[in-house]
Ligand binder design. Structure first.
Ligand SMILES: Nc1ncnc2c1ncn2[C@@H]1O[C@H](COP(=O)(O)OP(=O)(O)OP(=O)(O)O)[C@@H](O)[C@H]1O
Length: 325
């Protein structure tokens, strides 16, 4: 969907993006992760031509972006930035309608689509449409920013620290909501963050950068279990154990878990097999009963299986050597 080939950006003598080659696949979330100043934001802005390339090429949906007018290109891409970037003197309704007006939509079409998008994001249109940004909480502003990016239903969404201005608690809950928004699920998303846990929660693949260069580009499991170099190891080390549990899904532990005994099958919490191991452990731990077991739902080949927190941890230990190989 998006192809970057040998992309380079210089600001005077500074090489901000250094020979970056990557593909963003249709429907995936690619996270650009890295320390401050490593070139994440510049890479994102090159995609919608808020910055212009020094060298290299970028294609979006098969067309070289240099062959399109920046305004035309940007209309096909939602752009969500830290602090939502809402116009302070526009109401929520006016903020959301900026792009549709540029596209010369009729008033009826703008109203209909505004209501649809706000409902998708669980913002009450009656309550919020006439409010100004300063009358909203940070989380509400962020949702309005997302509504503005989604209104014209663009196939690509670019996000630069979209949750960066929120307090840690709101940030976690908005992130959860964000993952479950159906309207976003099939869009191609590029997200910039410096927050490791956020990157691994939201990304299908992660592009870890340093000094304008890609240090590793891979799935979350590849980065955690097969770091490409010292830099990647050092970058992840503070969170490594949590990340390992977060990127593993329950079905990967099947070979190491006991089958469920019919006597225990009724009172245990049933988990889907795509659930993250970390999430399962957190929920089990929250029950306060150390012996509480979960039931992992059956699939076509395997009967239901049972596990306590201790069983899950033992299974993770048995599984991980094969992931590192
Ligand atoms: N318009 C500009 N003019 C000159 N230098 C710039 C410009 N924009 C970015 N830079 C420099 O390019 C480098 C990369 O910046 P960029 O904003 O892409 O980093 P980043 O990884 O997104 O960092 P952060 O997380 O702090 O936003 C930095 O050294 C920055 O100072």
């Amino acid at each position: 969907m998006i192809r970057l080939r040998n992309v380079t950006k210089r600001f005077g003598g500074l090489l901000a993006v250094d020979d970056v080659t990557l593909d963003v696949k249709e429907g995936e979330t690619l996270v650009l992760l890295g320390t401050s100043g490593c070139g994440k934001t510049t890479t994102l802005k090159l995609i919608n031509r808020l910055e212009e390339l020094t060298a290299g090429t970028i294609e979006v949906a098969g067309t070289n972006i240099q062959q399109q007018k920046p305004e035309d290109l940007r209309r096909k891409m939602g752009y969500v930035i830290q602090g939502a970037g809402l116009f302070p003197h526009y109401t929520v309704q006016e903020n959301i309608a900026v792009v549709p007006r540029l596209l010369h939509w009729s008033k009826e079409k703008i109203d209909k689509r505004t209501h649809e998008v706000l409902e998708l994001l669980r913002i009450s249109p009656q309550q919020y449409l006439s409010k100004y940004p300063h009358e909203l909480s940070g989380g509400q502003q962020q949702r309005v920013g997302l509504a503005r990016a989604l209104i014209s239903d663009p196939p690509v969404i670019l996000m630069d620290e979209p949750f960066g201005a929120l307090d840690p608690i709101t940030r976690i809950s908005i992130r959860r909501e964000f993952k479950n928004i159906e309207a976003l699920r099939h869009k191609t998303k590029v997200l910039v963050t410096h927050d490791v846990l956020e990157a691994f929660e939201l990304g299908d693949r992660i592009c870890l950068m340093d000094n304008g260069k890609i240090q590793q580009l891979g799935t979350t499991q590849e980065l955690v279990f097969r770091p490409a170099n010292e830099f990647v190891m050092r970058f992840l080390q503070d969170h490594l154990f949590q990340l390992q549990l977060q990127v593993l899904q329950l079905h990967q532990l099947r070979p190491y878990l006991p089958a469920v005994s019919p006597a225990n099958a009724t009172d245990a919490i049933v988990f889907p097999e795509s659930e993250s191991v970390l999430e399962a452990i957190q929920i089990l731990t929250a029950t306060g009963a150390p012996q509480q077991s979960l039931t992992l739902e059956a699939n076509t080949e395997t009967p239901p299986q049972a596990a306590t927190v201790a069983d899950l941890m033992a299974a993770v230990e048995q599984l991980t050597p094969s992931l590192r190989a």
